[in-house]
Write a protein that binds this ligand. Structure first.
Ligand code: NAP
Length: 244
């Protein structure tokens, strides 16, 4: 039987590339999305050309009921989840003092508490079978902090703490928990940056280019493999050398 992976926020960007990479490795893939149904359906069709074991699941990761219904459906359709990639996330640029309480709570609710809700929903079966791999997608701003992305940075720093503590708690159950910390990656999340902004960013990146979603997907593929079986509780920076 093939392994089963849930990738949250897989309709677009980094999550989409991760879902494709895992499906190419003959893993059954649950594609989670929240609002981009057409893009999720388009990805489903693309994967079905080479892997039948795939489906799409709508759920807002910050909504506990929707998360629990999604996990229940995945278990029925594809089987118990062996691999979880907590990728769903939102960002907002602006001064901390200009952010409303609602915007702040939404960002923490999706980026940090959403990952906790999905993780809690899938853990009983991983603990029962004493196997599993969880990967949280943080950000280099969670490591070093970004001006004008204060709450985003806090949510991503929280994911790093969540990863390290959960890795210790779950290691006796044979479950590994790791974190990927991307730098600047070419997705819709950075679509508001002007070409001048991008050029200035590239000047700060030692490897002299913006990252691609595929750069992250390849690292996920490694972390879930047996080649990484002694790696847990780690934060893997994929940022072209921008944060070391
Ligand atoms: P993106 O292109 O904006 O895609 C975000 C994805 O998250 C979409 O699939 C979206 O689904 C999903 N999502 C958002 N809110 C959700 C919710 N409440 N429930 C379920 N899914 C939700 O962003 P990206 O660049 O691929 O980012 C993916 C992850 O990488 C995020 O956690 C982000 O913080 C992190 N990251 C990105 C960068 C970067 O430079 N791009 C750098 C560091 C870290 P729908 O469209 O269906 O709503």
């Amino acid at each position: 039987m093939s392994k089963v992976a849930l990738v949250t926020g897989a309709s677009r960007g980094i999550g989409r590339s991760i879902a494709l990479e895992l499906a190419r490795s003959r893993i059954s893939v649950a594609i989670n999305y929240n609002s981009s149904e057409e893009m999720a359906k388009e990805l489903l069709c693309e994967i079905k050309k080479f892997n039948e074991n795939v489906n799409i699941y709508k759920a807002d990761v910050s909504n506990e009921r929707e998360v629990s219904e999604m996990v229940h459906k995945i278990n029925l359709d594809l089987g118990e989840i062996d691999i979880l990639v907590n990728n769903a996330g939102i960002s907002q640029i602006g001064l901390f003092t200009d952010m409303t309480s609602l915007e702040r709570d939404r960002m923490i609710g999706v980026n940090l508490i959403g990952a906790m809700k999905v993780t809690k929903a899938i853990l009983p079966s991983m603990i029962h079978y004493k196997r599993g791999s969880i990967i949280n997608i943080s950000s280099m701003w969670g490591e070093v902090g970004a001006s004008c992305e204060v709450v985003y940075s806090a949510s991503k720093a929280g994911l790093i703490g969540f990863t390290k503590a959960l890795a210790k708690e779950l290691a006796p159950s044979g479950i590994r928990v790791n974190c990927i910390s991307p730098g600047v990656i070419e997705t819709d999340m950075n679509s508001e940056l002007s070409s001048t902004d991008i050029k200035e960013l590239i000047d700060e990146i030692p490897l002299n280019r913006i990252g691609t979603p595929d750069d992250i997907a390849k690292a996920v593929k490694f972390l879930i493999s047996d080649n990484a079986k002694y790696i847990t509780g780690q934060v893997i920076g994929i940022n072209g050398g921008m944060v070391i």
